[in-house]
Design a protein around this ligand. Structure first.
Ligand code: 0X9
Ligand code: ZN
Length: 577
């Protein structure tokens, strides 16, 4: 068995991730010397000079082993190697994800999964081809609908994944959403399957993604695998190749070696043409999500300009984008913003879908924090995206409904009925604490009702006689609009009585009642008018209210507490979900 000498991936300079944090930097990536997808082992290559000779044919050396190199080569390059006298052997190792990421679907596995889904749900899952990639891979589309044939009179929604080769998580999320629509028995979803055409283009750049995993270790490849005339650099960035303001604004590169190379002309990349043709022939599509990684973002047009509402966008559409993106940000936890808030692009999917087609596209930058977040993230990231996927399908009949504008001239639906205003709540202590004096009868339950049951506390017995204690009422919200306190009690002899609430902000007892109280039961009732939350412990949520009763006299006495309660009105819940 050969030992691996230096597992060097010569050409792979791994990319700076294109997350929000590195938003202004364009992505970088490896640039192999020429195109090709077939992996070969070239034995007998030992010296740097030999490797240079191999590399000069244009092949991409991806691994250096003892006495051999592994290359990725086109047919032309393979012939060139043969002419130079090198033997090439097909790499037996399958081109696949590293073992740890085996849960990801490569091109064949994704198609197998799609085929199985269609076999399991023949009435609703319909497969189609939307053409071929540059290298001739079939571009497989899924249509989910209870209609056997495509119905352009039904609202359409389109999910696209894998514009960028290394963004493999997008395939997983799109597959998961397809499974959701196909398998769910939730009436809300079956209703969508019955009334919508739900389209998926799950792998729009399969050549690039297969290339990315071709060696069993990632190559950080982004573009497609289309050669560039007169250049050894391969590939066009599909997300810079769409024909709306293509190349207009410094948001793409004209250099073939750049990872954001826009191509020689708009729609020069076959995969982009295939997406265009699909959209052109499906005017029923109203909303689309294009999945990318990573950055936890929901982006809406435009990307070519920082202007929010340029002349090629209506205010209504802008408002609709914002409202829908916000709703999806709520359910995903991602941040909604205009594409150009991330950075300027030109020729991206979003801009063409809106600018040229007047559809409502969103670009999702999924989470994961890296292009290769591992298989562990697949399930959680998929589920996180389900609600947004359902939402766009629901809105596909009339996206402007998001801002209350109906599409059939009917009046907007009435706003949901306002919830009833919060009602006052009365609460009594669940515990008490004695500062001065001694309990002689009763317990905390005696404080809960004006029923003759008493909590009795004997005063101190020397100096100025004192009873001093407080009851603690728990579960009171900090957000409250009214607060009042009531204390009823008597004493075996008259004493100077004060009733207080604890101010948790200042750390002091605030006196609300001062009176001489005797053997006749007296009531102290009071309502603080400001800083109500400071009488509740903690900064937010629920806390405690403490009510203190203090009485002094020159000779012994006993306090009989009959009732202690607070009444509060919780603040209205925030109606914005
Ligand atoms: O640059 C892209 O094509 C997308 N980001 S990624 O990291 N997946 O490559 C973002 C495209 C959205 N458009 C703009 N940001 N203008
Ligand atoms: Zn991307």
């Amino acid at each position: 068995m050969r030992t691996r000498l230096v597992p060097v991936v010569l050409a792979a300079v791994f990319a700076a991730p294109l997350a929000a944090s590195s938003a202004s930097r364009p992505p970088t990536e490896s640039q192999p010397q020429a195109g090709g997808v077939t992996a070969y082992v070239v034995p007998g290559v030992r010296t740097r000079e030999q490797r240079t000779t191999v590399a000069r044919t244009g092949t991409d050396i991806v691994e250096v082993r003892r006495g051999a190199v592994t290359v990725l080569a086109t047919r032309t390059e393979r012939r060139a190697l043969a002419r130079l006298g090198f033997r090439v052997r097909l790499l037996r190792r399958p081109l696949d994800f590293p073992p740890a990421d085996a849960a990801y679907h490569n091109y064949a596995e994704a198609n197998a999964d799609i085929n199985q889904l269609a076999a399991d749900h023949p009435a609703t899952v319909h497969l189609f081809s939307f053409g071929s990639s540059y290298e001739g891979r079939d571009l497989v589309g899924i249509r989910i609908s209870n209609d056997a044939t495509d119905r352009l009179d039904e609202p359409g929604v389109l999910y696209v994944a894998l514009h960028h080769a290394r963004e493999h998580l997008t395939v997983e999320v799109a597959l998961s959403i397809a499974h959701l629509f196909a398998e769910s028995t939730d009436p809300a979803i079956t209703q969508l399957v019955a009334t919508r055409q739900i389209y998926f283009l799950v792998q729009m750049n399969p050549d690039g993604s297969e290339y990315d995993i071709a060696t069993g270790s990632y190559r950080s490849w982004r573009k497609n695998r289309q050669p560039n005339a007169g250049s050894s650099y391969v590939g066009t960035d599909p997300n810079r190749n769409y024909g709306y303001r293509w190349g207009c604004c410094g948001g793409s590169s004209g250099f073939t070696g750049s990872s954001t190379y826009r191509g020689p002309s708009a729609f020069s990349a076959p995969e982009v043409v295939r997406v265009r043709d699909f959209v052109d022939t499906h005017p029923n599509i109203r909303i689309s999500i294009s999945y990318h990684t990573y950055g936890d973002l929901i982006l809406y047009p435009y990307g070519y300009t920082y202007t929010d509402v340029p002349s090629d966008m209506t205010q209504l559409d802008h408002d609709t984008f914002v409202a829908m993106a916000r709703e999806m940000a709520r359910t995903t936890g991602y941040t909604a913003e205009q594409s150009s808030d991330l950075y300027i692009t030109d020729g991206d999917y979003n801009d063409w879908m809106y600018g040229a087609k007047r559809m409502y596209p969103f670009t999702f930058e999924l989470g994961g924090g890296t292009f290769y977040p591992g298989a562990g993230i697949i399930a959680s990231e998929s589920v996180k995206n389900h609600a947004a996927a359902i939402y766009v399908a629901q809105m596909a009949d009339c996206p402007t409904r998001a801002v209350g504008v109906t599409c059939d001239g009917s009046p907007p639906p009435p706003p949901p009925p306002a919830p009833p205003p919060p009602r006052p709540v009365t609460a009594v202590p669940n515990s008490f604490t004695i500062y001065s004096g001694t309990r002689t009868a009763g317990d905390v339950t005696a404080l809960g009702a004006d029923d003759g049951a008493l909590l009795q506390i004997a005063s101190t017995t020397s100096g100025t006689r004192v009873t001093s204690w407080y009851g603690r009422i728990t579960g009171v919200p900090n957000a409250l609009t009214a607060l009042s306190g009531t204390y009823r009690g008597s004493h075996s002899a008259s004493c100077s009585q004060g009733v207080y609430l604890y101010n948790w902000s200042s750390g002091t007892w605030a006196r609300f009642s001062a009176t001489t109280a005797g053997t006749v039961e007296n009531e102290a009732a009071f309502s603080p008018t400001s800083s109500l939350a400071s009488y509740v412990s903690g900064p937010s949520g629920n806390g405690d209210v403490a009510m203190r009763v203090h009485c002094t006299r020159s000779s012994n006495f006993t306090t009989s507490a009959e009732l202690m309660k607070v009444t509060y009105t919780p603040a209205q819940q925030n109606l914005l979900r």
